[in-house]
Design a protein around this ligand. Structure first.
Ligand code: ATP
Length: 355
C-alpha cells in the first residue's frame, strides 16, 4: 500500500503543527518519522491513520483519495507507546479481540480465529504466553502482544507511535531488531515515529526528518547521514563539529585551512560553516601542510573499541570532539595538555544563508 500526502496542513489554534507536507511513503517499506519533540511526528501519523483531520491537502492510499474516510475504512493498525492492552483479557483474548467483535457476517469462524491468532503468536514468539494476563508479562512482551493484536485484523498499513519508547535501552535494542526481522517476513507498509536517531538509522528503509511541522529531508539512512540536506539534519543525526570561516569560488577557508567546496562555486565571498563528524577528524602528531589545525588535547575517554578525544582550537576558545579507534588512540599515546594536528575529512560546507 503506497501512501501519498499532498500539501497537508494542520493547525491547533494559531499553531501550525503541520505545514504543507508533501510525502510519498513506499509500499511495503519500513518508514521512520524522525524529529525533535513537538516537530509534528505524531500529528502526521494520526493524520495518516484518519484520527486527525487535516485542514487542507489530500491523503491517497494506492492512488485513491482517503482524506474523508475514517480509521476503520482505511484499515490501519495502530500501536502506541503505552501498550493499551485489555487488562482483564489473556494474551489470546487480547489478540483475537478485533476479530471477535466484528459483525456476524464479517466475523471469521471460531476455528479460523484460533488458527490466525496461533499463527500470529508463533510469528511474534508469544506462543507460550497465550493464557497469561498483561500484568504477568514484561514490557517488551506486552508491546509484542499489542503488535499481534494490531496485525490480527489484517491491516493494510501499520502505524507505530514510539512503540519502544517506554522500554529500557537493552530491551529497546532487541525489539527494534526484532521489528526489522518481522517486517522482512510480512512486508506490510509500516510507518513508525521515533525521536531516537540510532533507532531510525538502524531499522528504517526510509527516514523522514521532521522539524517545526515541516519535512527537512527524506532518504535512506545512508543518504540522510552521509548527505544531509542542511545543517539541521546534520546536527540532528549525531554529534558534529563546527569550523567557521568563509567560502567562494569553490574553496572554503576554515580555521586557517583551505578545503575544496565545489558546490559553492560563486565568486562572492560569504561567511560559511564547515560541519564534520567526530570520526572524520584525523589526529596527527605533525602538521601536514596547510591542511591541518593546531589543537590542544583536553580530555580523553576510551569506551570499548572507541576513544573520544576533546580538543581545543583557536587559542583554546573552541572545543571539538574527535573519535578514533582504541588501537589508534593507544598508538598515538595522547596526553592531556599536548599539541596535536587535526585534519578534517568529509567536511560539509554550508554558507551562512543556508543555516
Ligand atoms: P513528541 O516527540 O514530543 O511526541 P511530536 O513530534 O510527535 O512530538 P506532535 O505530538 O505531533 O509532535 O505535536 C506537534 C505540535 O502540535 C506540538 O507543539 C504540540 O504541542 C501541538 N499539538 C499536538 N496535538 C495538539 C492538540 N490536540 N492541541 C493543541 N496542540 C497540539
Amino acid at each position: 500500500m503506497r501512501i501519498e500526502l499532498e500539501n497537508i496542513s494542520k493547525r491547533f489554534g494559531d499553531f501550525h503543527a503541520l505545514n504543507e507536507i508533501n510525502l510519498s511513503i513506499p509500499s511495503g517499506g519500513l518508514t521512520a518519522l524522525l524529529g525533535p519533540s513537538g516537530s509534528g511526528k505524531t500529528t502526521l501519523l494520526r493524520v495518516i491513520a484518519g484520527l486527525e483531520n487535516p485542514e487542507s491537502g489530500r491523503i491517497l492510499f494506492d492512488g485513491e483519495d482517503t482524506t474523508a474516510s475514517d480509521v476503520r475504512e482505511r484499515r490501519v493498525g495502530f500501536v502506541f507507546q503505552h501498550y493499551a492492552l485489555f487488562r482483564h483479557m489473556t494474551v489470546f483474548e487480547n489478540v483475537s479481540f478485533g476479530l471477535r467483535v466484528r459483525p456476524r457476517e464479517e466475523r471469521p469462524s471460531k476455528k479460523e480465529i484460533l488458527e490466525r491468532v496461533n499463527d500470529l503468536l508463533h510469528l511474534l514468539q508469544l506462543e507460550n504466553f497465550s493464557d497469561r494476563y498483561p500484568v504477568q508479562l514484561s514490557g517488551g512482551q506486552r508491546q509484542r502482544v499489542a503488535l499481534a493484536r494490531a496485525l490480527a485484523v489484517e491491516p493494510q498499513v501499520m502505524l507505530l507511535d514510539e512503540p519502544f519508547g517506554a522500554l529500557d535501552a537493552k530491551i529497546r535494542l532487541e525489539l527494534r531488531r526484532w521489528l526489522r526481522r518481522l517486517h522482512d517476513k510480512i512486508n506490510l507498509t509500516t510507518v513508525f515515529v521515533t525521536h531516537d536517531q540510532e533507532e531510525a538509522l538502524e531499522v528504517a528503509d526510509v527516514i523522514v526528518i521532521t522539524n517545526e511541522g515541516r519535512i527537512e529531508q527524506v532518504g535512506t539512512p545512508e543518504q540522510v547521514y552521509e548527505a544531509p540536506a542542511n545543517p539541521f539534519v546534520m546536527d540532528f543525526l549525531g554529534h558534529v563539529n563546527l569550523f567557521r570561516g568563509r567560502v567562494h569560488s569553490g574553496l572554503a577557508y576554515l580555521e586557517g585551512i583551505e578545503l575544496p567546496a565545489p558546490e559553492h562555486h560563486a565568486a562572492e565571498d560569504v561567511p560559511a560553516v564547515g560541519y564534520v563528524r567526530p570520526h572524520d577528524l584525523v589526529l596527527e602528531r605533525k602538521a601536514t601542510g596547510s591542511g591541518s589545525i593546531r589543537a590542544r588535547v583536553e580530555r580523553t575517554q576510551v569506551v570499548g573499541s572507541v576513544a573520544r578525544v576533546s580538543l581545543t582550537i583557536n587559542g583554546n576558545h573552541e572545543t571539538i570532539e574527535a573519535e578514533l579507534t582504541r588501537d589508534l588512540f593507544l598508538k598515538l599515546a595522547l596526553v592531556k595538555g599536548e599539541i596535536v594536528y587535526v585534519r578534517p575529512r568529509n567536511v560539509r560546507v554550508f554558507a551562512d544563508d543556508e543555516i
